[in-house]
Write a protein that binds this ligand. Structure first.
Ligand SMILES: Nc1ncnc2c1ncn2[C@@H]1O[C@H](COP(=O)(O)OP(=O)(O)OP(=O)(O)O)[C@@H](O)[C@H]1O
Length: 240
């Protein structure tokens, strides 16, 4: 299987996933071009994590097709083209940050230097610290280093700043911005309209397993996404 030169970073058609009676993802079509920074915005239970897990091969869709750079998610991950930061993911308590990222690097055919991944994720100073002694925000940043270390063309980040304080958030977004500046693609999920507006080129608003709106971030106001988001947030319990 060859990587298709002109293929978009991400192409999704008719994506569905049901848990029992619950249609977590109810027919998503989405194309993300290379170099775009896209925010998947939506309230709790909108289906963001389920979508992301399917995009990166962590969950199996009931229906639909997903291609990353023209190949399957598994193949793209195998080739180190995708860096993933899932919402949850345990770190081994007795293993240091440096050892953890070195281990992940060794699982990939190619990688950037571990020190560089640690530095870009803002955890170079924590290389010798065992995971058991990390704060929630520090753990998130270690997981960001794990996503960066294969030197991916696409980063997929599920609520990356959850558990980070204001300063860590700021540093995180700077790193993400530096990554995107090199022309690579980022898809991240968030509850926060401000994060989507500040850091994405494009906002995909999800509600009840579907794409409710999709547009350039410059048009957020014009599209009325903010109002839509406020309504959705207010309705989040019923959406869930
Ligand atoms: N493993 C699972 N088993 C059963 N139901 C699930 C499972 N994972 C998700 N769901 C349900 O699917 C729906 C979508 O959940 P999902 O976690 O994808 O939403 P989300 O937009 O990521 O929410 P949050 O912002 O809270 O992370 C919810 O109703 C959730 O309860």
């Amino acid at each position: 299987m060859d990587i298709h030169e002109g293929a978009p970073a991400l192409s999704v058609a008719g994506l569905r996933k049901t848990y029992g009676e619950n249609r977590a993802v109810d027919g998503i079509d989405l194309v993300v071009g290379r170099g775009e920074v896209v925010a998947l915005l939506g309230p709790n239970g909108a289906g963001k994590s389920t979508t992301i897990d399917m995009l990166v091969g962590l969950a199996r869709p009931d229906a639909g097709e997903i291609m990353l750079f023209g190949v399957s998610p598994r193949e793209a991950v195998r080739r180190g083209m995708v860096g993933v930061m899932p919402q949850e993911g345990a770190l081994l308590d007795d293993v240091t940050v440096g050892e953890t990222v070195t281990l992940i690097a060794s699982l990939h055919r190619t990688s950037i230097p571990v020190e560089e991944a640690l530095r870009r994720a803002g955890v170079a100073g924590l290389a010798d610290r065992r995971a058991a002694r990390l704060s929630g925000g520090q753990r998130q940043r270690v997981r960001f280093a794990m996503a960066l270390v294969p030197g991916p063309d696409l980063l997929v980040l599920d609520e990356p700043t959850a558990a980070m304080d204001v300063e860590a958030r700021h540093e995180f977004w700077q790193s993400m911005h530096a990554f995107a500046e090199t022309g690579r693609t980022v898809l991240f999920s968030t509850h926060y309209l401000e994060e989507a507006e500040a850091y994405a080129d494009r906002v995909v608003l999800m509600r009840a397993g579907r794409v409710a709106a999709d547009g350039p971030v410059s048009a957020v106001g014009a599209l009325g996404l903010e109002d839509a988001f406020l309504r959705l947030t207010g309705a989040s319990e019923t959406v869930r």
